[in-house]
Design a binder for this molecule. Structure first.
Ligand code: ARG
Length: 604
């Protein structure tokens, strides 16, 4: 058990008799910001004093008199208006550290009341290349899966891919009219993306033409587009027609869709393999197609949806905007599919929670979806839009290529790895005894460092904010980056290699851990906060609590390493004790990074 749950447990006992609603007060038991006041503090004496109509200091003194922490803390101190300051005993810390050393879970306990949690994330619209916008959902969703699973929850990951929308109408149209058969035979996905882009450009072109009849630039490319556009007027309607035919089961279009799908899936799977991301299910939009008509009828029958101007919609008090579920022409929408998906998940997985890791621009959609779910009677389930902001370029605008196109995800991964390779190589070249790494090893390490940098940069943000994508910042050797953490890990491994340390043996016979030096003690307290950080990350689905923790841990390790000789410690016992601190730090960093989907390397 972590420090904080243990302290809360003790305070809960002490508070019995003062209040029968202690939980809110217990939220006021926290880590101390300023080390001079100890390690943890309880700040509830003020609100409690108010409740009881008594001076807070007096109340604090009485709580402390009933508080049983003698084994765990030095004598509690009451400060100012009634803050209770706690300083953990070194003996107690040392014992907990030894427990963590001997525990594959590093002292993190398994959730006593596990929940069943469905996580809906990544969910690209296939048939077009994945772009930078997909990184956030994929990386945040994957980290949440790993963290929640490690804490003991039953996690079901489901990639709700867009495999049924207009983009298929677009490539079907493109395939029928613009196919380069040879190119398709050679590299199908590239040809499909070309077709997708071409049709996209035509749609945009005609959209622009309608918007501003006279304002179109006449570049050479637009000339060609203009010509094509003249041959394919009303392309929007034609594309919609192809999509509608697909949805209605038209044999030719369904056959094309069947031909395209494996190609599209192979493409996204390749990227997932590189990112180390996998899913329990990939039930895309198409999976629910057959259920849509019945669902709409059911909702009408139950009085949840009604017809309005030929269309069908669900109306709410809040949000004010109704949710359209069937258009006048009979077509179903994204929202209809999401309702069918929700129903399916509730019946199949019986979840306690469903998380939707999706862009904040879809906030209204999810408000509507959740309101509709309540009307359908799904009241016991926690439905949560785990939303996130945009990825910006260094100019503060949405991240684009110099030509103004969206940045393809793969190109981004390649560039991160190329830059990581430069850094790893330069670092290796500067080693005092000359380079240690083969070109092959450098490449392998660069892949891990590059992926880690991109993921960590994303995960370390408050997910609701936009963030600026910067290769230089994310690959910095110093600062809140994966590179810094990976480097700290590798440094420990190199100490072990240099000292010829047998880690297995070290872990099997952990001697007492000495916490006399301030830097040792500070590191120890942080090591024991791992479960606290994970709980915090899980509480509101925010992986940045875990990155913040790892950064603090790595910093404290760095101070410890500067101030406390390890291999050359004064006594064999002290050397052993410090090696244990090093090892536990490395294991905690490795586990923490693993829960973020990031690997480590022994040398870099
Ligand atoms: N494919 C959608 C998009 O790209 C995201 C789907 C998110 N999940 C969901 N159940 N709506 O916008």
């Amino acid at each position: 058990m972590g420090i904080l749950p243990e302290l809360k447990h003790r305070f809960r006992n002490a508070l019995a008799g003062f209040t029968n609603a202690p939980e809110e007060l217990l939220d006021q038991v926290r880590r101390t910001q300023d080390a001079r006041f100890g390690d943890y503090q309880a700040n509830f004496a003020m609100p409690l004093g108010k409740q009881l109509g008594r001076p807070p200091r007096e109340v604090a003194a009485e709580v402390v008199a009933r508080l049983d922490v003698a084994d765990m803390c030095h004598r509690p101190e009451i400060a100012g208006p009634g803050f209770i300051n706690l300083r953990l005993r070194e003996q107690w810390l040392s014992e907990r550290l030894i427990e963590a050393v001997c525990d594959p879970r590093l002292g993190v306990s398994v959730e006593a009341q596990p929940r069943t949690i469905v996580i809906d994330y990544s969910a690209p619209n296939v048939a077009k290349p994945m772009h930078v916008g997909h990184i956030r959902s994929t990386v945040i969703g994957d980290a949440l899966c790993r963290i929640l699973r490690f804490l003991g929850h039953r996690v079901i990951s489901d990639n709700h891919i867009g495999d049924w929308g207009t983009q298929f109408g677009m490539i079907i149209y493109g395939y029928k009219h613009f196919l380069d058969a040879e190119a398709f035979a050679q590299a199908p996905i590239r040809e499909l993306s070309r077709l997708y882009r071409l049709v996209r450009r035509l749609m945009d072109y005609q959209g622009a033409e309608r918007d501003e009849q006279d304002g179109i630039e006449d570049s050479a490319q637009d000339d060609r587009l203009g010509e094509l556009s003249a041959q394919h007027p009303n392309i929007n309607a034609r594309v919609l027609h192809e999509t509608a035919k697909l949805h209605a089961g038209d044999a030719e279009n369904v056959a094309l869709w069947r031909k395209f799908m494996p190609i599209c899936l192979r493409e996204i799977d390749r990227i997932y393999a590189r990112l180390g991301v996998s899913f329990d299910y990939t039930l895309g939009e198409s999976y629910y197609n057959d259920r849509l008509p019945g669902l709409v009828e059911e909702l009408i029958r139950r009085g949840i949806a009604r017809e309005s101007e030929g269309a069908t919609a669900i109306f709410f008090d809040h949000p004010k905007t109704p949710m359209l579920i069937r258009k006048q022409d009979g077509a179903f929408l994204y929202a209809t599919t999401d309702l069918a998906t929700l129903q399916y998940r509730m019946e199949t997985f019986r979840p306690d929670t469903i998380l939707y890791v999706v862009d904040h621009r879809q906030s209204l959609h999810f408000e509507q979806l959740f309101a509709a779910a309540r009307l359908m009677g799904y009241t016991g389930v926690e439905l949560k839009h785990v939303r996130f902001g945009a990825v910006l370029g260094e100019d503060g605008k949405p991240f684009r290529t110099r030509q103004g196109d969206t940045v393809e995800l793969e190109a981004l991964l390649d560039e991160a790895v190329a830059r990581a390779l430069q850094i790893v190589s330069a670092n290796d070249d500067q080693k005092p005894d000359g380079p240690e790494l083969s070109p092959e090893a450098r490449r392998r390490i660069a892949e891990i460092v590059g992926m880690g940098a991109i993921k960590y940069a994303d995960l370390s943000q408050n997910r609701e904010s936009d963030y600026v994508f910067s290769f230089d910042k994310m690959l910095a050797m110093n600062g809140n980056t994966a590179t810094y953490m990976q480097y700290a890990y590798a440094r420990v491994q190199s100490i072990f290699a240099k000292g010829g340390v047998d880690v297995e043996h070290l872990r099997r016979c952990p001697g007492p851990i000495s916490l006399e030096a301030a830097a040792e003690r500070a590191l120890a307290v942080e090591l024991l906060r791992f479960s606290e950080a994970l709980e915090l990350a899980a509480a509101d689905y925010r992986p940045n609590h875990l990155t913040a923790y790892l950064f603090e841990l790595a910093n404290r390790y760095s101070t410890f390493f500067e101030q406390c000789p390890v291999l050359r410690a004064e006594t064999p016992q002290l050397r052993q004790s410090r090696l244990l601190l090093c090892d536990l730090t490395a294991r905690t960093i490795r586990k923490g990074l693993e829960l973020l989907g990031i690997d480590v390397v022994d040398r870099m």
